[in-house]
Design a protein around this ligand. Structure first.
Ligand SMILES: [Fe+2]
Length: 404
């Protein structure tokens, strides 16, 4: 999806009829439609105005506005300098008190709809939506100029499409797509995602845990978790002493600066284990379940104040899901089943970014704050595989001996 990035950098006169910073204005990529995403680092009120003309002093200037303050958000329209409020969101859907957060303003001239949301630009994160009345809806197709008012720096992204629905969470092979999938958006093909996701998918989609040379790998991992002397059991026991929820991370490949931590990570989730709510440094990612199943909870934003998922789904063995810098990026994985789950995760920074943030940020519920986690591995994969194979061979030998 094309994106246009613009920086509005200073406070100016708050009247839309006196356009002191309109020279810094951006334009929608398509007149009348699109999504404007405001990256707000503080918690000061701001407004986004979308207008028909660059200079608001001209006659017959129409505009729609999104105004966000500490309490809620409002939509309004302007005609020749007169503002009329259209609707207001519920209390508590305004600025995040913790500061850093995304807010989006969607304009849909096909369906004559304005929408506002917090966090990820998707239908499930909508806080306010209105279908425009017939007297003003025709304006929408002609508006294209964007002006942001704020007392602090706000970076914005502009997406060419409005927020109208939620994206499919599953990635399937082309041969698996059905007419029902197209109609329900239950699954997508990898070609619909970013080029980084496409590359990651090509690398891991065909991977299986149990292979001809080690067909009992999954059973051997379960044995290592069950046996108090097993490597998995002991490492998890040591990690459990920290306050942070935990699981096992087995790294593959060298961190060459293209991903936060190792590009490929095997993760082992015993029954009942879970991660903290976290995000992934604006990376692209592909996740495949190699054994068992895992519950994934998605959150609109990373915040100690908002820990209610907007979506919870079960990813089963063989299934694949995805993440981009904008979507599915804040999640929590939880093995709610009674047996172990093994997943492979892989990550890649966007090719277009020159900022490689190396940490996964997470919600620390003990300290009630956002912390940084350096995505290090517990062990490298080849060493892990050798240890587990040795443990398994000893286990088999012991059982045969006792049987004899
Ligand atoms: Fe994650």
């Amino acid at each position: 999806m094309n994106r246009q990035k613009v920086l509005f950098s200073e406070k100016h006169n708050s009247s839309i009829t006196q356009p002191t910073i309109q020279q810094k204005s951006a334009r929608l990529l398509v007149a009348g439609q699109g999504t404007i995403i405001a990256h707000q680092k503080g918690n000061l009120a701001f407004s986004i105005h979308i207008t028909t003309q660059l200079a608001k002093t001209e006659d017959c200037c129409y505009a729609f506005s999104l105004n966000v303050d500490q309490e809620n958000a409002t939509f309004s329209y302007w005609l020749d300098g007169e503002e009329t409020v259209i609707c207001k969101s519920d209390s508590g859907t305004g600025l995040n008190r913790e500061g850093k957060c995304l807010y989006w303003f969607s304009l849909d001239s096909t369906n004559y709809r304005l929408s506002y949301g917090i966090g990820e630009p998707r239908e499930l994160c909508t806080c306010l939506s209105t279908d425009l009345s017939s007297s003003i809806k025709s304006w929408l197709k002609n508006i294209q100029y964007i002006c942001v008012e704020s007392r602090q720096n706000i970076e914005i992204d502009i997406l060419p499409l409005p927020v109208t629905e939620d994206p499919p969470l599953l990635v399937v092979e082309r041969s698996q797509i059905t007419l029902e999938f197209l109609a329900t958006k239950k699954a997508t093909v990898i070609e619909n995602l970013t080029v980084e996701c496409q590359r990651l998918y090509a690398n891991i989609a065909g991977i299986e845990l149990n292979t001809p040379d080690f067909p009992c790998f999954s059973k051997a991992i379960e044995q290592s978790l069950t046996n108090p002397k097993g490597w998995c059991h002991q490492i998890l026991s040591n990690k459990k002493n920290s306050n942070m929820p935990t699981y096992l991370r087995i790294g593959m490949g060298t961190n060459q600066g293209e991903s936060p931590g190792c590009p490929y990570v095997l993760e082992i989730w015993p029954s009942g284990y879970f991660s903290p709510i976290h995000n992934h440094a604006d990376a692209n990612a592909i996740i495949k379940v190699l054994h068992g199943e895992i519950t994934i909870k998605l959150f609109s934003t990373l915040s100690t104040l908002c820990q209610t998922p907007f979506k919870t789904f079960l990813l089963k063995e063989g299934e694949v899901t995805w993440m981009t810098p904008l979507l599915n990026k804040t999640h929590q994985l939880h093995n709610e089943s009674t047996s172990v789950c093994v997943t492979i995760q892989c990550y890649a920074y966007p090719l277009t970014t020159n900022c490689h943030y190396p940490y996964f940020d997470y919600v620390d519920n003990h300290e009630n704050c956002i912390q940084h986690f350096e995505p290090i591995s517990d062990i490298d994969f080849l060493t892990f595989q050798r240890i587990i194979r040795q443990e398994w061979e000893m286990f088999i030998h012991k059982n045969i001996t006792s049987y004899l």
